[in-house]
Design a protein around this ligand. Sequence first.
Ligand SMILES: [Mn+2]
Length: 315
Amino acid sequence: MMFSKIFEKIKKSNKIAIFSHTRPDGDTIGGVLALKIALQSMGKQCDTFCDVAVSEKFFFLPQADEYQLAPQEKYDLYIAVDCGELARLGENFVYFNNKNNTINIDHHGTNDMFAGVNYVTGYASTCEIVYELLKFMKVEFNHDIALCLYIGMSTDTGNFSHSNTDKHVFECAGDLVQYGINVAELNFTLYKNTSFERTKLLGKVISRTRRYCDNKVTLIYTLLSDMQEAGAKQSDTEGFIDYATNIAGTQVGVSICQHNENSFKISMRSRGDVDVSRICGEFGGGGHKKASGCMISGFFEDVVDKVVRAISFEL
Ligand SMILES: [Mn+2]
C-alpha cells in the first residue's frame, strides 16, 4: 500500500515543504492547505510554496495567505500536490531532483511520475487522494481541513457538474459536509459573487455576440477599450466563454480577449466532436479536446477570420 510509504516519509521528517502547481486552482490550493493543517497537527513544521502569487479570492481558506514563492532553506521532505508533470511546478521544479525526499500526489492520468514516491489515481480531484491519505494517517478532521478538501473537489468538478463527477467524489464531499461546511454560502462565494465592473463588461460583451458557420460557432470578444470603459480587468473575463458555448446549436464557443494593441488571447470550448486542441495547436497553443487556448497577433477582424476559418475546416 503506497500510503504507508508516504506516511513513513512524513513520520521521519520534521520540516516539510508542500508545493502547489503554477497558476494554482482550488484543487492544488485546497489539497496543499489541508495537508499542511494535518501535518501541523502532527507537530511538523510545514511551509507552502507556489512559484506565482496565489489569488486573493482563495484567501478565505485557512493559511492561504502564507504561501511563499520558493523555499529559502532546506527541508527534509518535498511534496507536490496536483502536478501532472514536473513542469507544472513552474520555477519550483528544481526541488524535485532528489528521489529520496520527494513525493508526487496527483490525479492526472498523464502523470510522468517525476518524484521518488508517486501516488497517482484517476479521481476527479487530487483532494480526494489527500482526503484518503489523511484518513490513512488517522488525522482528526475538523472544519478547516474539510473546507480545504471540499473546495478542491468542488472546483475540479465544476461544482459537481462536469463528466468527472462520480460516486467517489460525492462520497468524500458528503463526508466532509458534516464538519460544518456551509454549502450554500460557499457556492455563492465561489461561483456567484462578482463585481459591478465585471457585470457591466459582461453585459456589453454579451450584447454583441456573433455567430458563424450556420450558427455552429458562437463568438464573443472583449477589447481593451471595453475593459477600460467598464473599469474591469483582464481576469474579469474569466468564464465569459460559457455564455457563448451555452447558446443552443453551438458546436464551438470562442472567446477573444485583447491582450495588447495587436495581440489576442483566444479560448475555445467544444460541445461536440470538434477537437479544439488541434485547432489551437495550429496557432501554437493547446489544451484539452474540449477546452483549449492560444495567442494570435494581428488586426482584430483578421484574427476573427483566421479563427473562424480554422474551426470551419473541423466542423
Ligand atoms: Mn486537480
